[in-house]
Design a protein around this ligand. Structure first.
Ligand code: NAD
Ligand code: WQD
Length: 341
């Protein structure tokens, strides 16, 4: 099949390209390179030994998207293109509603016009907001605590409404917990611009000496060691989940033409556990200081994983050691990310 991967030059998208190419699909990447570099796709080609068609375009450009869907005879879309930093979404909400909600609306309109009706969507555990119970299953109340989370929930609702309107549509809505790690080759990985907003890339930059120390945001949560607990998932597991979801849509019955599943491991680790696991993997120390809680953070969050096992026949299989090892391998081989290339 020919799969259009929007945002395919980004962190998760580039790993997804590798997984879909390995599964025998043809891949077309659409990316405006607003948060990524072409180098990631060169590396995808190196890993896969396969060519990817690249289209530098904006997902909000409906005419361009329709034209390229037709030209490449795309059968389906995996949609990563969007903006993803909660803090930025509080400062610049209109930008987030535009890129995430308007962007997906235009993409769906282009797909309808081109006769492409299958899409996998990157949603987030942020749609749940403050967890009311554990593990966080898909039927947990939806109450995102910031504009970014609300844009993702709006898109989820839009997809459910569109699916209900016409039974040709097939949607897989995937709620990611905390993606970390890198391809085991160390050729592709997460390359945040500026100061990393997320824990794992920050720890990696401290271990490599690029930053002096980590701030641990709060040690007074109601968790075993007081620091925040999250469900970290290896990016290779995550993208394999996309392949499973894509296959599930191919064989979808009328009842599961539009499904929503969590992609997590079901296990939570604290910030201190993450630091110590990374120290073991890297054989470096990670200096840290305890800092005040970060605004908007929840104490604990980990996924219910049974629905994904049932609906898309997938479970995460890589452990924390692999997550840290592969992150460290990527950082050692690319201390400045893709910048040097
Ligand atoms: P990323 O920023 O690395 O990748 C997004 C890609 O989309 C980038 O290459 C960027 O250039 C591109 N892009 C952005 N806006 C675009 C537009 N209008 N037109 C075309 N291309 C555009 O982010 P990521 O970490 O790979 O995340 C991918 C998706 O997964 C996002 O939708 C994000 O919200 C979602 N998600 C990410 C996480 C996470 O922790 N990384 C967690 C949950 C959900
Ligand atoms: C993890 C833990 C922090 C940095 C975010 C988004 C979410 C999703 C995934 C897109 C928390 C602590 C962090 C640091 C720290 N993204 N921490 N020092 O907040 O669970 O989720 O990324 O959809 O929407 O909100 O991930 O990696 O930022 O934080 O102590 O320098 O690490 O307090 O407990 P989070 P994170």
């Amino acid at each position: 099949m020919t799969v259009l991967i929007t945002g395919g030059a980004g962190y998760i998208g580039s790993h997804c390209c590798v997984a879909f190419l390995a599964a025998g699909h043809d891949v077309v990447v659409l990316d405006n390179l607003s948060n990524s570099r072409m180098e990631s796709l060169q590396r995808v080609g190196e890993i896969s030994g396969r060519q990817i068609a690249f289209e530098k375009a904006d997902v909000r450009d409906q005419a361009a998207v329709e034209e390229l869907l037709r030209r490449h005879s795309c059968d389906s879309v995996v949609h990563f293109a969007g903006s993803k930093v909660p803090r930025d979404s509080i400062d610049r909400p209109l930008e987030y509603y535009d890129n995430n909600v308007v962007g997906t609306h235009r993409l769906l309109s282009a797909m309808a016009a081109a006769g492409v009706h299958r899409l996998i969507f990157s949603s987030t555990a942020a749609v749940y907001g403050q967890p009311q119970f554990f593990p966080v299953t898909e039927d947990h109340p939806l109450a995102p605590g910031h504009p970014y989370g609300r844009t993702k929930l709006m898109v989820e609702d839009m997809l459910r409404d569109v699916a209900a309107s016409d039974d040709r549509w097939r949607f897989g809505i995937l709620r990611y917990f905390n993606p970390v790690g890198a391809h085991p080759s160390g050729l592709i990985g997460e390359d945040p611009l500026g100061v990393p907003a997320n824990l794992m890339p920050f720890i990696a930059q401290v271990a490599s000496g690029r930053r002096e120390r980590l701030q641990v945001f709060g040690n007074d949560y109601d968790t075993p060691d007081g620091t925040g607990v999250r469900d970290y998932i290896h990016v290779m597991d995550l993208v394999e989940g996309h392949l499973h979801a894509h296959d599930a849509l191919e064989n979808a019955t009328p009842d599961n033409r539009c499904f929503t599943v969590n992609l997590g491991t079901g296990t939570g680790y604290s910030v201190l556990q993450m630091i110590h696991a990374f120290e073991r993997a890297s054989n470096r120390t990670v200096p840290y200081v305890i800092a005040p809680r970060r605004d908007g953070d929840v104490g604990e969050c980990y996924a219910g994983v049974e629905k994904a096992a049932e609906v898309i026949h997938w479970r995460a299989r890589r452990d924390l050691e692999a997550m840290c090892h592969d992150t460290w391998n990527w950082v050692c081989k690319n201390p400045r990310g893709y910048e040097a290339a």
